[in-house]
Design a protein around this ligand. Structure first.
Ligand SMILES: [Cu+2]
Length: 511
């Protein structure tokens, strides 16, 4: 708080700048029992009138009334239309404060690096650890087979945490489990999992053993018998697929978002063109094994690929000052996205099975602070930031905001595709005069009907944010392309997937 040393109210306060820090953890715990979430921007905005009257009258907080300048600052914030502001960019340093629940200090921290920056000694150690767990008996909890199997096959381990708010937390815990397995190998206690920055070319080191493929030591299912070897497309095709699916654009768009659901995407009315979309498109781009959710984690690239999504999640958390529960909750709109709120606040929903009841015994609260709680940090990418921030555009805005309508970009949304009718992952291509101008993917199991999250969340949408010029004139159409062409043919029968709708939205931008 910069306001405590002055008696004058702040004239132009913002949520991130002053307001959210006026509520202490004691205040928050006290009020949450009465149904008011003081960590939530939306809740505080909605109840600002009542809060003001309580704090101005000196009733609240009970033992520590606000100084007059805070009260004035709060009123200014209300009168100015509740500006949200942006988190201070320089505040990252506080993430490294010792707030450890585990035993993370600088000497034990795991620093996950860009795979292209590893020394040959680090690479040798990593190869040793991978080879060793790949050779372990599948019944060993630290074996590659067991760890990869948590993603789906061999059933019944069907933890499909995709397209739901728990996606990032669950995969963070999953990586800890896998990295711990690598560390169980004698001599490899300090090994860390590096990441592949997906905005850069497929790393050469992943094209040779033991990172190029894995052979199933025992059957994962009847379709994936013992001896099945994981496969990828050619590396040229992978590069082309990543480009066609706009993966870098989606990463950059995600990193420019300030709200939890907008960063993740897809959920709760958010557009399907941010982090989960880049992830899905990445899976579909890489190859037959990575495209199938049941077996994706058996391809060794999965781990470097997912390490990168976790890095981006952490980088985004730091940028948003969302590295603790309080900060994270301020990015969630509990009115429009109550489930995201609940996974951190409702004990029953905090579990991240199988990683809660068994090692590494983590839940949604324990994964929030990667550095402080898990002792896991990320070294910068080799090429520096590839983030070329796109303007933050939105489909809807609070009427209290000042905004303008973007003149040169639109969002084309394709919705109403019933994914339960499509066995396995698929791409949706937006075409103009029968030529694909943009693509997005959805990653899901072949046995989509047996995935609870897929069934409750069956209707999908795809968003294509494009220059106006790219869509004007010409005839637009949509082509749904399943990855499992053997099952259903190349041109998917449109009538089977429901009645998809195309909408074109103008985009709004705050001033
Ligand atoms: Cu994945």
């Amino acid at each position: 708080m910069t306001t405590t040393s002055t008696t004058a109210p702040v004239a132009q306060p913002t949520w991130y700048g002053q307001i959210r820090d006026m509520f202490t953890s004691v205040d928050r715990a006290h009020m949450v029992k009465q149904g008011l979430h003081l960590a939530s921007y939306d809740a505080v905005m909605k109840h600002a009138g009542d809060i003001y009257q309580q704090v101005a009258g000196g009733n609240m907080p009970p033992d520590r009334p606000w100084p007059a300048d805070w009260v004035g600052t709060f009123l200014n914030w209300m009168n100015n239309g509740y500006p949200k502001g942006v988190p201070a960019a320089s505040a990252n340093a506080r993430d490294f404060a010792a707030r450890s629940l585990f035993s993370a200090d600088a000497s034990t921290a795991r620093v996950r690096k860009d795979i292209t920056t590893l020394s040959s000694a680090e690479l040798d150690l990593l190869k040793q650890a991978f080879s060793a767990i790949m050779a372990m008996d599948p019944s060993d909890p630290n074996s590659y087979f067991t760890q990869a199997g948590y993603h789906w096959f061999p059933a019944p381990n069907t933890y499909c945490m995709h397209h739901v708010p728990g996606y990032n937390p669950w995969h963070r815990a999953y990586l800890v489990s896998f990295e711990n397995a690598l560390r169980s190998v004698p001599g490899c206690a300090n090994v860390t999992l590096p990441y592949w920055d997906i905005t850069t070319p497929f790393p050469d080191v992943l094209k040779s053993p033991p990172f190029d493929q894995y052979t199933l030591q025992q059957a994962a299912s009847s379709d994936y018998p013992a001896g099945y070897v994981t496969t990828r497309f050619t590396y040229d095709t992978i590069a082309q697929n990543l480009l066609t699916h706009g993966v870098t654009d989606d990463v950059n768009r995600a990193m420019s978002k300030t709200d939890w659901e907008d960063f993740h995407g897809y959920w709760s009315g958010a557009t399907h063109n941010t982090i989960i979309t880049a992830h899905d498109s990445g899976h579909n781009s890489i190859g037959p094994t990575m495209q199938n959710q049941e077996v994706a984690a058996f391809d060794p690239v999965f781990w470097f690929f997912h390490c990168n999504w976790d890095r981006l999640f952490w980088e985004w958390q730091k940028k948003m000052l969302a590295t603790d529960l309080h900060g994270l909750l301020t990015t969630i709109n509990e009115v429009t996205d109550p489930v995201s709120y609940q996974i951190f606040n409702d004990t029953a929903l905090q579990t991240l099975n199988p990683f809660t009841s068994t090692p590494p015994e983590l839940n949604t609260l324990a994964i929030i602070d990667s550095v402080g709680q898990l002792g896991i940090d990320y070294a910068p990418a080799a090429t520096g930031s590839n983030v070329d921030f796109l303007p933050k555009t939105q489909r809807t805005l609070a009427a209290s905001k000042h905004f303008r309508v973007e003149a040169d970009r639109v969002n084309v949304r394709v919705s109403g595709i019933n994914r339960l009718k499509i066995p396995g992952s698929f791409s949706v291509h937006l075409q103009k005069d029968a030529k694909t101008i943009a693509s997005r993917a959805l990653f899901q199991p072949v046995e989509v009907q047996s995935c609870a999250n897929c069934v409750t969340n069956a209707m999908t949408q795809f968003d294509f944010e494009l220059p106006m010029a790219a869509v004007l004139g010409g005839k637009l159409s949509v082509w749904v392309e399943p990855v499992n062409k053997d099952f259903i043919g190349d041109r998917f029968p449109q009538k089977l997937m429901g009645d998809p709708v195309i909408e074109v939205h103008l985009l709004l931008q705050t001033q």
